[in-house]
Write a protein of this length. Structure first.
Lengths: 301, 861
């Protein structure tokens, strides 16, 4: 199953607080028994100045003991292992999060493009200015970035222009790509899902000197709201501007990140922030189904 | 931070043609160094240097022909010991004999001590840099180490950040390539911190050289290598997180296709470690285990020969099938030690060389003792400008392992090519470095009858020892294939030399096998056999026997086959030809009935079944398979066994002279092959302990012998002439029972008596029942059969089979008149033939079931 979660503009109301109850079940079925199944899970919502995670719980079936650690990008990782042969694996993550991102805080953000060179000397930015596994740096990307960037002196203005450009030029199409699709392929197809939109925008930002990173998370969409694709996990972009820190932009929905977004993990691209990643022994093929429910406790309940 | 570079002196031009030629008195007296280059043995005035004096004095005792003989002996030892180096994509076959120049590289004690001090300091410095990069990263913040030198390196493994061993040591092994410039100073050309390869080859070189030049070796007071390896063993043992007396250390290899597999097997055997592949290990509860025949055994220390990013398909490269999933997590939990630690490839980058002098002052408070080749990293504006201005005398190289490449030029680059380099460097400056050219020093090298100066570089090896390092007193000296060449690469056909570090005191005599004063717990079983090795032994046994059976069938056919008698004898050859066809040695016999009537074509087919390398099942093909399987158990087999198998392969290889082979010659080759295999069996029986490895080898032999014997007997019983004395004679011949038959029965072969002897007689080591009985004995001793109350499916199948054969009555055969296969014997043979593949599969499932593939699934919501 692929990331989706695209809604029509605008996401109203602006600037509220949401308390979200999230149940995320991922089920794998294997065509024949597998063993030595190792998994890394990045499903815990972060707590930062835009959201707070009150509760998080991860269960697996078959039962496994979990080990937790922080990875290089300081994401919380749950690591577990199932040795005995099994034909299915279920991973259930439950969390309760309050989100309070007010997009109005972005008013007045500004940073001169001419000073972007300073970012390269910050160790927290270096990784997010280079090519990475999914995000190649290529002359095509550079050309597109040149076209979009023409006439922009301000880095924030440039980032917003790229946001709009990606939303406008790329078609949302869950059938066009897979989780393994790299940036250059998306660039040729001109279509994809949130993961691909995020990679394109990251590529454009990095080649223009704006540090950009990949964010994996959820998007809450009110029942009945205009919705493209099914509800599932989501991905977007954060750009770094000195003095302002990391700022979230959602190219799939053409908007800044707000209280509808629940952030789980960050990284250079999808490879660093993948919600679940595993390795097993056996000749089986696997089939995955995902079941995600997000309930707004302060309203829907 | 500024890049501090000591200036290496400009190298003068060398023209090999300017070598001063003098009429040689002896082969050695003609040696003259090249002009303008430092020579290790001789000053520019033609005077011997002190270090080489004893060597030259001893060598002068040998005349040219004696020296030539010794050089040939060296080649023979290399061939016999199977010292090889794998060259990727080599059409001549994968394994290439190791290149060794018998003349050693000599270095004086005093000079060596200075080098040692510099190398130890450098190892400590690199270790400190690693500890910082995988820890607090203060060097980036405080010492001005550019972030690109850490973050842009593909060798910086993010999942390993924060995993710092308790003693702060990440770099346990380090090697440096050293070269000497024309003024006699030593420079570090490159650092090896990922997997410092070659110490095993250094050991092999020592073995060969000390054997072919024993007088010189004694006279020169050469420091021994063994103390270094003893230190290595105690260092690895001390790394064990479990406080046990005898921690389990394994050598993790990428497998036999790796270029230095020979060295890995050799080292594993010399050091007494299990040679394991990723699939032999598993992680459970954050601990690493070795899968053996009797279950899982804990692993404490992994000596790594797999590149670090391939070590864990879960957290590092997903496409790796060489690693162990969960290894990084086991490291994080502190339950296993890996040497070198994962991530050490980071400081191997040549770009770091530019910053070492400053980092050395910051971290150690000392000046760098051993300079690097002058290096500029283009990621800084000043350095970039310098490099672009001096492209004519600098060598530009990629700074990142997986970064952009430069076009390759043959010879001196043109102005247009230089422009191309300039554009590439200016586009991504951080991905490039530039270095000064170093004109390597030369040393006397044996060149088939004379001695000439060849450029050399020395690779030195260090191992952690206490809180410092110990340098191997010796090393791997590499020699360029031609004078004046700039690059040294074993892949490109370079040669090597033993490295003699002279002692100025008495020599310490150590052997790794000496336990000293420690008391030893006596053992009757070795370390438990990994399942994969049991698998390989089993197939080695099977292929040995298959080669033997094939040779016997072909020989029996060829001696009975004479072109003028084809017409009458054809039906008598039928069982042999059908058996060869059923075993896959003769293709398309059934589809080509004309073959039987056409003796020339048939003879060509039979010869192809021996010599054709492309035909599956040909003797040549089997010999290749045998050699390959022997490689897989290389660390566990004696050199003699290895030698025997090599000779078989040599025999069935036709010399490339296009000579016509006669059937008579072919019979000679088959005789030789059968003798060779007999000596393999004899050696296995007399020299291998009755442990699990031998057991699986012999099980393979027995099962294969059952298969071919019952295949052949089944073919013979199908024939209309099954009771014809000639056919029965060929049965006795293939089953190697002719003499026994003659000693028992003073008459022409009788069908009941022959089948009793080759099927039912359990005193005949070639009979079917004998093989089945042996298999039963082996099964009774297998670890899992001993433990469980009920026989396993494999054992059950075997018991059925052997009981059926034992109960068959051969006497009615004589009266069956053509319906031989319906007799009890015929039925028993046919069912055995059907059951044996099942038995083999059942053994594989019970004992080798580890080899299921590992795959990575990405679960994405």
């Amino acid at each position: 199953m692929r990331s989706s979660g695209r809604v029509r503009q605008p996401l109203l109301p602006l600037g509220g607080i949401m308390r979200l109850n999230i149940v995320h079940r991922t089920r794998y079925r294997y065509s024949s028994p597998v063993s030595e199944n190792f998994n890394e899970v990045r499903l815990q919502p972060v707590s930062d100045d835009g959201q707070e995670c009150h509760h998080y719980e991860l269960k697996t079936s078959p039962v496994a003991s979990l080990r937790r650690y922080h990875d290089f990008h300081l994401n919380l990782v749950d690591h577990f292992y199932i040795g005995e042969p099994h034909e299915s694996l279920e991973i259930e993550a439950r969390s309760v999060v309050t989100t309070l991102r007010d997009p109005r805080r972005l008013e007045g953000v500004s940073f001169p493009r001419s000073r972007l060179g300073e970012c390269l000397r910050l160790e927290r930015c270096y990784d997010f200015l280079q090519r990475s596994e999914y995000v190649a740096q290529d002359v095509e990307v550079w050309r597109m970035a040149q076209d979009v960037g023409m006439g922009h002196d301000d880095a924030w203005g440039l980032a917003l222009a790229m946001l709009h450009h990606v939303y406008r030029e790329f078609t949302y199409d869950p059938a066009a790509t897979t989780v393994h699709t790299r940036l250059l392929e998306v660039l040729a197809l001109k279509r994809g899902v949130c993961q691909d939109f995020a990679h394109i925008m990251i590529g454009l930002c990095r080649i223009s000197g704006i540090p950009a990173r990949y964010v994996s998370g959820y998007l809450y969409v009110k029942p009945g709201e205009n919705l493209r694709g099914e509800l599932a996990s989501h991905a977007w972009v954060e750009v770094y501007l000195p003095g302002h820190g990391w700022l979230g932009l959602d190219p799939t929905n053409n908007c800044p990140v707000d209280q509808h977004h629940v952030k789980m993990a960050v990284g250079r691209d999808y490879a660093d922030a993948a919600p679940i990643r595993g390795n097993f022994k056996g000749r089986a093929s696997q089939q995955m189904t995902v079941d995600l429910k997000i309930v707004r406790e302060d309203l829907d309940a | 931070m500024t890049q501090a570079n000591a200036k290496s002196p400009a190298a003068p031009k060398v023209d090999p043609a300017t070598t001063v030629e003098a009429p040689p008195e002896t082969w050695l007296a003609g040696y003259r160094p090249l002009r303008g280059v430092f020579d290790e043995a001789m000053t520019a005035d033609g005077e011997e240097r002190a270090a080489y004096r004893s060597l030259f004095r001893e060598l002068n005792e040998l005349d040219t022909s004696e020296m030539r003989r010794r050089a040939e002996t060296a080649q023979r030892i290399i061939h016999e010991q199977g010292i090889t180096y794998n060259v990727y994509g080599d059409p001549r076959g994968m394994e290439r004999p190791w290149g060794l120049d018998p003349l050693p590289f000599v270095i004086a004690a005093e000079e060596w001590r200075r080098l040692e001090a510099g190398l130890i300091q450098r190892a400590q410095l690199l270790n400190r840099i690693l500890a910082d990069c995988y820890g607090d990263q203060l060097l980036i913040r405080n010492s001005g180490l550019p972030p690109a030198l850490v973050f842009a390196q593909p060798d910086f493994l993010r999942p390993c950040h924060g995993i710092t061993p308790s003693d702060g040591r990440l770099l346990h092994f380090y090697a440096a390539d050293l070269g000497r410039s024309p003024d006699g100073r030593w420079w570090v050309i490159s650092d090896r911190t990922q997997i410092p390869t070659g110490s095993g080859y250094a050991l092999a070189n020592r073995l060969v050289t000390s054997r072919v030049l024993p007088e010189a070796f004694r006279a020169c007071q050469v420091q021994r290598l063994a103390p270094y390896f003893r230190e290595l063993r105690s260092t690895l043992a001390a790394l064990s997180p479990r406080r046990v007396e005898d921690p389990r250390v394994v050598l993790l290899t990428p497998g036999p296709y790796n270029e230095t597999y020979f060295e890995q097997a050799w080292l594993a055997r010399y050091l007494g470690y299990s040679l394991v592949e990723g699939q032999d290990l598993t992680v459970r509860d954050d601990r690493v285990w070795l899968k053996t025949l009797s279950g899982l055994e804990p692993v404490d220390v992994i000596l790594r020969r797999v590149d670090d990013d391939w070590c864990d398909p879960l957290e590092l490269r997903n496409d790796s099938s060489l690693g162990v999933p969960g290894l990084v997590e086991a490291l994080r939990a502190g339950n296993v030690a890996v040497a070198n630690s994962l991530g050490t490839g980071l400081v191997q980058s040549p770009a770091l060389m530019a910053f070492l002098p400053g980092l050395c002052r910051d971290l150690l408070g000392e000046e760098l003792k051993l300079p690097s080749v002058a290096t500029w990293w283009c990621g800084q504006p000043g350095e970039l400008a310098h490099v672009l201005d001096h492209l004519d005398r600098l060598v530009v190289r990629p700074a990142l392992r997986s970064g952009p490449r430069l076009p390759e030029f043959a010879g001196k680059p043109t102005e247009a090519q230089r422009d191309q380099v300039r554009r590439l460097v200016a586009f991504q400056p951080h991905a490039f470095i530039a270095q000064e050219r170093v004109e390597l020093a030369t040393a006397p090298s044996w060149d088939g009858g004379r001695v000439v100066p060849h450029p050399v570089a020395v690779r030195c090896y260090l191992v952690a020892s206490g809180d410092s390092y110990r340098v191997m007193p010796g090393g791997l000296t590499r020699v360029t294939p031609e004078p004046g060449a700039r690059f040294i690469s074993m892949q490109l056909g370079g040669s090597s030399k033993d490295t003699w570090v002279l002692a100025d005191g008495p020599i310490e005599e150590v052997s790794l096998l000496q336990a000293g004063a420690q008391s030893v717990e006596l053992r009757r079983v070795g370390n438990n056999l990994p399942s994969r090795l049991a698998d390989n032994y089993y197939w080695l046994g099977r292929y040995c026997e298959r080669a033997d059976a094939t040779a016997r069938l072909l020989r029996a056919t060829l001696v009975r086959f004479s072109p003028e008698s084809t017409g009458s004898s054809a039906p008598l050859l039928d069982p042999l030809l059908s058996a060869l066809s059923a075993q896959g040695q003769l293709e398309g016999l059934a589809e080509r009935p004309d073959l039987r009537a056409n003796p020339e074509a048939l003879e060509a087919e039979l010869l192809a079944a021996i010599f054709s390398p492309d035909r599956r099942g040909s003797l040549r093909h089997l010999a290749g398979q045998l050699q390959h399987l022997a490689t897989l158990v290389r660390d566990r087999t004696s050199n003699d066994l290895w030698r025997v198998l090599s000779t078989i392969d040599d025999r069935v290889t036709i010399p490339a002279t296009g000579k016509v082979i006669l059937a008579g010659d072919a019979v000679g080759v088959l005789n030789q092959t059968i003798l060779g295999l007999a000596s393999f069996h004899g050696m296995a029986r007399e020299n291998m302990t009755r442990a699990q490895g031998w057991r699986f080898l012999d099980m393979g032999v027995r099962i294969e012998r059952c298969i071919y014997l019952s295949t052949f007997l089944d073919c013979a019983l199908r024939s209309a002439e099954a009771d014809n004395p000639s056919v029965l004679e060929s049965v006795l011949d293939v089953a190697d029972s002719t003499i026994t038959y003659r000693s028992r029965y003073n008459l022409l072969p009788n069908i009941a008596a022959v089948y009793d002897l080759v099927v039912l007689d359990d005193t005949n080591p070639r009979s079917l029942l004998f093989q089945l009985n042996q298999l039963v004995k082996h099964f009774e001793r297998l670890p899992r059969e001993k433990q469980s109350a009920l026989p396993s499916p494999a054992y059950r199948c075997l018991i059925e089979c052997s009981t059926r054969v034992r109960l068959a009555d051969p006497r009615p055969l004589a009266g069956m008149g053509g319906r031989w296969r319906e007799s009890e014997i015929g039925v028993a043979i046919e069912q055995t033939l059907r059951d044996l593949p099942r038995l083999s599969d059942a053994i594989a499932v019970s004992y080798f079931a580890h080899s299921t593939t590992s795959r990575t699934g990405e679960g994405v919501a």
